[in-house]
Design a protein around this ligand. Structure first.
Ligand SMILES: [Zn+2]
Length: 185
């Protein structure tokens, strides 16, 4: 299990046959296209987003036929994006969990695509897993990123409530003193 795995040129068949598993963390900068979706308007809240991923290979036996080759991929990243409502930065949790079944050729993939929940990929001698991770995360990212509640509104109402609460809880000591003095003997 300690074989060196080259994710850019993964031998999918061997990976699945050996039931191998790999996981890791990679900086967002490694993914050019995904980086383009990220907020670049400044703000150092999240200086270096990290993509965490895990990959599992599996052979699924088929009665009376060749075993199927499967990969299960999950990946996630906290992606800083631009909120399309307030135009401020919003941190979006992008998550993908997808299974892939590998088939012999494009025709088989097209023929079986409608009846399959999993994604079908054509088996090639090597697979670029980095590209797959990037594709999946891009597809999972929101097209119109938005805060659930934009922070400008939130900050304002929280500040107001806290201010009023403070007023109620702590009467002005001088006012209290004045009240005391006015009390009839
Ligand atoms: Zn917003």
């Amino acid at each position: 299990m300690d074989k060196k795995i080259d994710l850019k040129h993964l031998n999918v068949k061997a990976f699945a046959r050996d039931g191998m598993r790999a996981q890791g963390v990679q900086s967002l900068a490694h993914f050019d296209r995904l980086s383009e979706l990220a907020w670049s308007g400044g703000g150092a809240d999240n200086p270096a987003p990290q993509v965490s991923w895990s990959l599992t290979g599996e052979m699924v036996p088929v009665t009376g036929g060749d075993a199927e080759i499967w990969l299960h991929l999950s990946a996630e990243v906290s992606l800083p994006m631009q909120c399309q409502r307030c135009m401020g930065p919003v941190l979006v949790e992008v998550f993908s969990d997808q299974s892939f079944r590998f088939v012999a050729d494009e025709a088989t993939a097209e023929a079986q695509d409608d009846e399959s929940d999993e994604d079908l990929l054509v088996l090639s001698p090597e697979l670029d897993v980095w590209e797959l991770i990037e594709d999946e995360l891009i597809m999972s990212a929101p097209i119109v990123p938005k805060h659930e509640v934009c922070p400008a509104t939130v900050t304002m109402s929280v500040a107001d409530a806290a201010f009023e609460e403070a007023l109620e809880a702590k009467p002005n000591p001088f006012a209290a003193l004045a009240q005391l003095k006015q009390k009839p003997q």
